[in-house]
Design a binder for this molecule. Structure first.
Ligand SMILES: [Zn+2]
Length: 101
């Protein structure tokens, strides 16, 4: 259900952005439909996150984690471990060293 809400929400945001671009390039009058569409889309995503999210912190439920660098991955070189200091969720970020090849 949450995935469905996210899909609808992000689709509306995308549609709003498309309308916004159309409005600025084609000079069509759609008033504030683009802004309204984006706002509703974001609203649906936020509400979906608040209702169905499992994270304890409200900001974490809408995907706004507060990641902090906690260490390196033991298996993958150049992979850094980040941990959210609100809900404890961890993520792994692989960083290239910048060299090509
Ligand atoms: Zn979090």
């Amino acid at each position: 259900m949450k995935d469905k809400l996210n899909l609808i929400g992000y689709s509306l945001v995308f549609l709003g952005v498309v309308l916004f671009i159309l409005k600025s390039t084609e000079s069509i009058s759609i008033y504030y439909i683009d802004y309204i569409t984006i706002t509703i889309g974001i609203g649906i995503v936020l509400v979906g996150g608040l209702i169905y999210g499992k994270e304890k912190h409200l900001l974490c439920r809408i995907g706004w984690h507060r990641f902090e660098h906690v260490g390196r991955d033991a298996e993958v070189k150049f992979a850094f471990i980040y941990k959210c200091n609100r809900c404890g969720r961890t993520k792994r970020v692989v960083r290239s060293t910048g060299g090509v090849g």
